[in-house]
Design a protein around this ligand. Structure first.
Ligand SMILES: NC(=O)c1ccc[n+]([C@@H]2O[C@H](COP(=O)([O-])OP(=O)(O)OC[C@H]3O[C@@H](n4cnc5c(N)ncnc54)[C@H](OP(=O)(O)O)[C@@H]3O)[C@@H](O)[C@H]2O)c1
Length: 335
């Protein structure tokens, strides 16, 4: 589109812990004319994900990191405003993994057209279907071998993935206990999202409370946090239980070696299956996951609390909300 300018964030300096003012720089750049096979995408929502910070680290991670000088990578949702690619028609909505930018010219690699979902808010649909919902679905079923009647404990329970895990497990006939960082978040879990119980890890002794709430033990621990919270769940696992290592957010900003888990012996004593996973490896499972998630959404049995920040310029600092517990539900930037 002639004369259109895009704004895009670039990674400029590796942060020591939290994202800082100089971690990224926002640049204006002209939007190039479309070539055959390309389309112009206008971003409506940018997803902020806990793993964004991991991509900026110097760790050996599960995919290419974002290198200094490169555009910041992220999941985006928006509309196709001009197209020379028949698979991505003008006017359709699409979602994909690209850059923190308000306009994107692409050949569609990493993008998919978003299905129209009658009566469902597009931001909520993106929040559920792009990463958090499939992660919860695949983590519970494929990694955690979920079955009806299981006692499930999920940490980071009031966040994007955690709220999905709890509601899906409830929909499948399980008992669910969430662990979160405030009384308000715990109330939301039990009063609005149907969790059986919630533990505020900042004011309660998680190990003791899990002992009281799970007298027969935990079948499935869905771990989003790590550290002491993972230890508390490991202490109360049932024989042959499953521990799904989805995330270890308590360590993502750490530049020091991370100790523990201290209840490692329970891997033997309780004969546990502990398995980490990354959702990007499970694309073949997306059709089933999306189908189930969309049905539950349509039936009103799966909702996502949204935490929306306005303006692309606010994105880097907003990312820190994920590491301070400042968000409830899915953190999105509206552009
Ligand atoms: N394996 C995969 O493919 C995959 C895919 C997506 C996400 N994940 C992982 O899933 C987890 C959740 O990600 P998300 O994007 O959905 O974020 P989120 O849960 O919406 O937000 C992060 C939440 O984590 C909690 N938290 C942050 N630092 C903590 C700490 N030191 N101790 C305890 N709790 C802490 C905070 O809630 P409180 O107020 O409760 O502290 C915060 O709100 C992350 O670990 C992420 O890496 C993994």
């Amino acid at each position: 589109m002639n004369g259109t300018m895009a704004r895009r964030w670039y990674f400029s300096k590796r942060p020591e812990e939290m994202i800082e003012d100089d971690t990224m720089v926002l640049r204006d750049e002209p939007v190039p004319a479309l070539e055959d096979g390309q389309f112009l995408f206008r971003t409506l929502y940018l997803s902020l994900d806990a793993t964004n910070r991991v991509w900026l680290s110097d760790w050996d991670i599960y995919m290419e990191p974002v290198r200094i000088g490169e555009p910041m990578r992220g999941f985006v949702f928006g509309e196709i405003v001009e197209s020379r690619n028949p698979d991505f028609p003008e006017g359709a909505h699409a979602a994909g993994l690209h850059s923190w930018s308000d306009h994107i010219v692409t050949d569609g690699a990493g993008f998919s057209v978003f299905p129209p979902l009658d009566g469902i808010d597009l931001a909520e649909a993106f929040a559920i279907l792009s990463v958090a919902g499939p992660t919860a679905y695949v983590g519970l079923h494929d990694i955690g071998k979920l079955k009806a009647g299981d006692t499930v404990v999920v940490s980071g329970a009031a966040g994007a993935v955690g709220t999905m895990v709890g509601q899906i497990a409830k929909n499948e006939g399980c008992r669910v206990i969430g662990i979160a960082g405030s009384d308000d978040k715990c109330r939301m879990l039990t009063e609005q999202l149907g969790f059986d119980a919630a533990i505020n890890y900042k004011s309660e002794n998680v190990t003791d409370r899990l002992g009281v709430l799970c007298p027969d033990g935990i079948d499935l621990c869905f771990e989003n946090v790590g550290g002491d919270i993972l230890d508390a769940s490991l202490t109360h696992m049932k024989d042959f239980g499953h521990v799904v290592i989805c995330g270890l957010i308590s360590s993502y900003n750490s530049s020091e070696p991370i100790p523990g888990p201290y209840m490692f012996r329970n891997l033997i004593m309780r004969r546990l299956t502990v398995r980490g996973f990354v959702i990007l490896d499970h694309e073949d499972r997306f059709p089933e996951a999306m189908g189930a998630l969309a049905s539950w959404m349509a039936e009103g049995r799966l909702t996502m609390p949204l935490h929306i920040i306005d303006g692309l310029e606010a994105a880097p600092k907003a990312l820190n909300l994920l590491y301070t517990g400042g968000n409830t539900g899915k953190l999105l930037v509206r552009i």
